[in-house]
Design a protein around this ligand. Structure first.
Ligand SMILES: [Zn+2]
Length: 325
């Protein structure tokens, strides 16, 4: 898979330029609160500033995170009223929907079902937190004849799911009550949501409240120890406020889940794009080794390296399987 197939650079760059403007419009006067590492609660050390936001790294678990943080209220306003959030939910999603279905969601549905075969030996209901346009849900339905229930607060996205006859709870996770969810054993999933969360620990506390003993939570997010993020650092397009605030990593995730009472079953980094992202941002790669690698390696060599990076837990795309004991 190539980045261009799921994130065409011209549309992605337009989104990033809108996000940069919105970072100033929505947050320049927002009240800031200082916090600690979202994974292990250690005090962070300043790393860099970007679009008016400060990022820190955690000396203990190596997470990268925005600190101090504007209030949750200012993020809500940003996600409901900003041009970049609107562009992402409409133009970006619509123009890339079918490519993302084929390259991203269909393989993801298969991987999730493989994990469930491995870790769950009973019937279950699936709940997709932040289900977007419902494409993952459709792909799961094709494979299992049963669609996940979707939790999606965005009015336009929730409507798109309803138009596909999917069951949608149009709320933020923290507003959902146990009685609104299907009965019996459940598997909660969420994709590319965790890095956006204003308070990841609070999100997990709310989720834990909705889970029964033995229920699973499978999610994907960005690892700050992933190759492209480490090499590009503050110039990485993924490291862009206000949308991406938390970059944990396999070690940090295990710490966070442990302290909130989850069993961390498996953390992998099945990413396919790290080296392609470096190739697409070659002018920003300052490390001599990686510059030379990207310029001179053959396609086959790049594929082999990417496989090794993913296998060794060093890709920036991370998948986590955990359960409530
Ligand atoms: Zn930490």
């Amino acid at each position: 898979m190539k980045e261009e197939q799921i994130r065409p650079q011209d549309i992605y760059n337009e989104y990033l330029s809108l996000a940069e403007k919105d970072a100033h419009t929505f947050f320049s006067e927002a009240e800031l609160t200082c916090g600690s590492c979202p994974a292990c609660e250690s005090d962070g050390v300043f790393a860099f500033s970007k679009n008016g936001f400060s990022y820190e790294t955690c000396p203990n678990c190596l997470s990268l995170f925005v600190n101090p943080r504007p209030s949750a209220k200012s993020f809500l306003k940003y996600y409901t009223e900003s041009d970049s959030a609107e562009f992402w939910a409409t133009t970006f999603y619509k123009e890339t929907a079918e490519a993302r279905r084929e390259k991203l969601w269909r393989p993801k549905a298969k991987i999730i079902l493989e994990k469930l075969n491995l870790y769950l030996d009973k019937n279950y209901e699936m709940v997709d937190i932040g289900g977007g346009l419902g494409i993952f849900a459709e792909e799961i339905k094709k494979l299992t004849n049963k669609a996940p229930v979707i939790i999606e607060p965005g009015p336009k996205l929730a409507e798109a799911c309803q138009n596909k006859s999917l069951v949608v709870i149009q709320k933020f996770l923290e507003e959902v009550e146990v009685r609104e969810l299907p009965e019996g054993p459940k598997v909660f999933v969420s994709f590319e949501l965790f890095e956006h969360l204003h308070d990841p620990a609070m999100f997990l506390v709310h989720l834990n409240r909705l889970m029964g003993s033995g229920d699973l939570f499978i999610f994907t997010t960005l690892s700050g120890l992933g190759l492209d993020i480490q090499v590009l650092w503050e110039n990485a397009k993924a490291v862009t406020p206000p949308h991406h605030l938390n970059f944990l990593n396999p070690y940090a995730i295990a710490i966070l889940l442990g302290r909130l009472g989850f069993d961390c079953i498996e953390v992998t980094t099945p990413g396919q794009l790290d080296i392609d992202i470096l190739s697409n941002n070659l002018e920003k790669v300052t490390d001599h080794y990686w510059q030379t690698f990207v310029k001179t390696a053959s396609e086959d060599e790049k594929v082999e390296w990417q496989k090794m990076i993913a296998k060794s837990g060093r890709s920036s795309h991370m998948m986590v399987v955990c359960s409530k004991p």
